[in-house]
Write a protein that binds this ligand. Structure first.
Ligand code: M6R
Length: 618
């Protein structure tokens, strides 16, 4: 949800900023811009469209300088346009601001400023913030500011009046080697270099330059200069500045030989499962080892209820988790949309653990729901991919996914890693209760076989491509599954709609006859997730019901199931595994189907319209 990059040092700033923006383009891509400081003061260049459009414009304007800020936008206030693109200037034109988040009281501030004669050129909340900082700067110029630079005091003072969320970077023509950053609710990371420093919404923007980073916390303000940086707290708390070393390399955030990040990430899944499992199995005791939970065995045995909160794809992983916790650990489990939970007065009894499941660790609704649970005194744990993210930091403990950077807006490898983490958690909590060593052993053995089984499914990508091509004229799809494959049907439908813009609905197969069956006709294909298992026969009846209404059927079935091939129009086979682990396999053909379908339609798979990778606004 908007990406920010800032730099101060000795190198030419524009190419560095553009490279950083390219790596953040997944966060938003409707317009982009940069502002640099040089002997002429402050100069900027903004362009509607992708980073390429900005890069082309920069070739003409040739902005020079050694300090600057930049932004790639996902519109919240004001349509995508050159004028609404960031950076925005204050009234004097000497201060530039880029912003990720929403200034909720911008209208009130704007009216005040307009009365004082301020003129705005955009419809954005950010331009109002820039002007507000400008006003505070005029005052700070006349004050001692406790020894701080006036632009630093101005930013701090202006933010005190702001209601909403922000990750911002600010430059001022009067301080040609200073970049100021501040955050509340939107991520901001300092990249520590030698004789240079970086500021960005996320590590991937600067990983090619430095792997030493500082994750800023809410209400922290950073002042970057070429030779160093300072971090201040805007509250009475002392900032704790900790430099972390990023484990993954710049290559992990590159497409390599793949045409799209999404395809690369689908193909990385055997590896990401191994990464999620590595070092977390105790074979002798047939259980998992999860040190990051920060809860003793006694505390975990006392848990009476689990709540899983998440959004989007992570919510689908939570639904799989509900089956796992109830079946393997016997713990009553509920799944909540974080966006709903945050505003409900849901009674949570004692001995409830609340899990926030999130790839980014920055999703605004999930973060708010986590905070609400904490406020009510509950133990909160995170299942999260991004190390150092807000949710990872604010939870009482949790499990990291170790999936590496996920750049494709459509989540794939994070989903599979989330389910893997949930399997490990359910196994661990189950073994502290009544799960037998024999079943624990079987789960571990099967889990360790999953990566090679996924490889086998991935090798069918070519055939899945042909099937997707065959259905490319279809405008509506129904996805059906039962038990833990019901969330897979939901996820398959979400993948298809978010990257190809066709209508797709996921449903529990048996619910179809209560309404969605009305949709079925010869032009509405049904994707049915029907691996062998205890309700296989029931699923076959659901399949027959679709065929009886002339609906085309694409089945995901277990290898060796020849019977289904006689009924379905197309079949994609997955190897057999324990029923509890089936979602780890059945999702793969659906991801590939969605991918190939979107490519066949000519859609921009990695940057689907209207979406952003990390939704840091409400
Ligand atoms: O980072 P999170 O896991 O919290 O993100 C949640 C959703 O925004 C995300 O899963 C979204 O639904 C994806 N675009 C799905 O592919």
């Amino acid at each position: 949800m908007c990406g920010i990059v800032g730099y101060v040092g000795k190198r030419e700033v524009a190419p560095l900023l553009v490279e950083g923006l390219r790596r953040l383009e997944y966060r938003g891509y409707d317009s982009a811009g940069i502002a640099v400081l040089n002997e002429n003061g402050l100069q900027s260049c903004k362009k509607m469209g992708r980073i390429d459009a900005l890069a082309a414009e920069l070739k003409k304007t040739k902005l020079k300088g050694h300090a600057g800020i930049s932004h790639t936008r996902w519109a919240t206030h004001g349509e995508p346009s050159d004028l609404n693109a960031h950076p925005h200037m204050d009234q004097s034109g000497r201060i530039a601001v880029v912003h990720n988040g929403v200034i909720e009281n911008f209208q009130k501030l704007k009216e005040k400023l307009e009365k004082e004669g301020h003129v705005f050129t955009s419809q954005t909340d950010t331009e109002v913030l820039a002007h507000w900082i400008g006003v505070k700067y005029q005052k700070a110029m006349k004050s001692t500011n406790n020894g701080r630079l006036p632009i630093v005091s101005a930013v701090e003072e202006a933010l005190r009046d702001v209601v909403g969320t922000y990750g911002i970077a600010v430059i001022c023509a009067d301080f040609p080697d200073v970049v100021v950053g501040a955050r509340r609710g939107s991520p901001l990371v300092i990249g520590v270099g030698k004789g240079e420093n970086f500021l960005a919404s996320d590590v991937s923007a600067m990983i090619a330059q430095t792997r030493d980073v500082i994750y800023l916390k809410d209400y922290e303000l950073a002042v970057l200069k070429p030779g160093g940086f300072d971090v201040y707290s805007m509250t009475s708390q002392q900032p704790t500045v900790q430099v972390s070393r990023v484990e993954w390399s710049a290559d992990a955030a590159e497409k390599g030989d793949f045409p799209h990040f999404m395809l690369k990430e689908i193909f990385e899944q055997p590896q990401t499962i191994q990464n999620a499992v590595r070092g977390r199995i105790n074979h002798e005791e047939c259980t998992a080892v999860l040190g990051g939970l920060n809860l003793s065995a006694t505390q975990l045995r006392a848990v009476d209820r689990i709540i899983l909160m998440a959004c989007g794809t992570s919510w689908h992983a939570a639904l799989v988790g509900e089956y796992l916790f109830e079946e393997l650990a016997g713990i009553p489990t509920e799944v909540e949309y974080a966006s709903e939970f945050r505003y409900r007065n849901a009674p949570i009894e004692k001995n409830t653990i609340v899990f926030a499941i999130t790839q980014s660790g920055e999703t605004a609704d999930t973060l708010a729901a986590l905070r609400e649970s904490k406020r009510k005194g509950h133990t909160t744990l995170a299942i999260c991919n991004v190390v150092g993210s807000t949710i990872a930091r604010e939870a009482d403990g949790g499990v990291y996914l170790h999936a590496g950077p996920e750049i494709g807006v459509a989540s794939t490898k994070a989903f599979i890693s989330q389910i893997t983490a949930l399997v490990l958690l359910a196994l661990y909590m189950g073994r502290l209760r009544s799960l037998s060593a024999a079943l624990g052993k079987k789960i571990i053995e099967e889990l360790e076989l999953i990566p090679s089984k996924i490889e086998k499914i991935l090798s069918q990508s070519g055939e899945i491509n042909k099937i997707a091509f065959k259905y490319k004229a279809s405008k509506d799809f129904l996805f059906l599954g039962r038990q833990s494959n019901f969330p897979i049907a939901l996820e398959g439908a979400l993948k298809l709609k978010e990257i190809s813009y066709v209508h797709a609905e996921g449903y529990p197969a048996a619910e179809m006859k209560h309404g969605p069956i009305a949709l079925i006709d010869k032009d509405t294909p049904t994707v049915i997730v029907a691996p062998r298992g205890n309700i296989y026969d029931k699923l076959m009846s659901n399949l027959e019901e679709v065929k009886a209404r002339k609906g085309p059927v694409i089945a995901v079935a277990t290898e060796g199931d020849e019977a289904i091939a006689k009924k379905a129009d197309d079949v994609i086979y997955v190897p057999s595994t324990l029923e509890q682990l089936q979602p780890l396999l059945t999702i793969i053909p659906l991801q590939l189907f969605a991918y190939h379908f979107a490519v066949a339609l000519g859609c921009d798979v990695d940057k689907p319209r209207n979406l952003a990778k990390s939704v840091t606004v409400e």
